[in-house]
Ligand binder design. Structure first.
Ligand code: OAD
Length: 269
């Protein structure tokens, strides 16, 4: 009887190209969006069926004016999302990125995500362009508010929760995310642009690349001429400009990449 040989770890052609592109890179910038967290069970925004913006109107939930009109509705929605991401865990792709950082002299993760999963996976150089869900603060003065104080707040069926008031100035507490029409956190875009300018290669993962100014960063990478590696199961406006369009999930691609580069990935960060 013949002997079967199991063929494992055969590299996909996309992975082979990416390994080749990264071999000579010293500084890498990663630009991530909601698709990065999809495999952790955090919904994206623009998925036609399950995306948050398919179910909710961003103008009723993600603007300062909406918070002014209906603070309990807005606060309740963000409290729900805060709890959802607290229960979520970084997946293999987040862990692979954190591990990959060790093999380059610079490795900056610029994310549009507010879920903190890159940080929790162990990535150290992270720029959170759209803020963080857990960085609650007061609306008027920005006094910080400890998210742990929210753990006893019940969310009724209506989903509406009156925001607590700031113990310093009495202003209502809001989530630490950037709403439509607001500026990015001070210096975040400048630091992200510098990371792109300094990089020898870029990885753009899980973003529809349509929300500005974040979407200007992969465009900047294209125009500086560094390799742009896109990881996304669906095509985006960036796909035709990217050096490699790797059409698969973040978890699959980044795990394969770490294995191909011989980088061990701890299972739980
Ligand atoms: P989107 O929801 O617009 O796009 C998510 C992208 O992830 C899509 O292109 C999907 O094809 C892709 N995707 C889905 N599952 C994936 C997976 N498992 N692996 C890799 N990619 C996957 O999310 P963003 O581009 O992040 O802003 O949206 C940008 C901003 O729009 C958000 O930060 C948010 C939103 O309005 C604010 O709230 C200010």
């Amino acid at each position: 009887m013949g002997t079967w040989i199991r063929v494992e770890n055969i590299m996909t052609p996309e992975c082979e190209r990416v390994v080749h592109l990264l071999t000579s890179a010293r500084r890498v910038v990663v630009l991530s969006g909601a698709g990065m967290s999809q495999e952790s069970g955090v919904p994206t925004f623009r998925d036609a069926q399950h995306g948050l913006w398919a179910q909710y109107d961003p103008m009723e939930l993600a603007t300062a004016a909406a918070f002014g009109r209906a603070p309990a509705r807005v606060f309740g929605w963000y409290l729900w999302r805060h709890r959802l991401v607290q229960q979520a865990e970084p997946h293999a792709g987040h862990l692979a990125l954190a591990a990959l950082a060790q093999t380059f002299s610079g490795f900056t993760v610029v994310t549009q995500n507010v879920d903190g999963l890159h940080r929790r996976a162990g990535s150290e150089d992270v720029i959170e362009l759209h803020g963080a869900l857990d960085a609650f603060r007061c609306f008027d003065a920005g006094h910080p508010f400890d998210a742990a104080e929210l753990s006893d707040l019940a969310v009724p069926e209506s989903g509406e929760v009156r925001p607590p008031l700031c113990s310093t100035c009495g202003s209502p507490i809001r989530p630490g995310v950037v709403w439509f029409g607001e500026s990015l956190p001070t210096g975040a875009f400048e630091r992200a642009s510098a990371a792109v300018r300094d990089a020898d290669a870029s990885v753009v993962v899980g973003t529809s690349a349509v929300v500005y100014p974040a979407a200007a960063l992969p465009e900047m990478a294209v125009s500086t001429g560094i390799p742009v590696i896109e990881i996304n199961p669906e095509p985006t406006p960036l796909s035709s400009l990217a050096t490699v369009s790797w059409m698969t999930t973040a978890g699959a691609a980044l795990s394969e990449l770490a294995a191909a580069l011989g980088v061990p990935v701890p299972r739980d960060g």
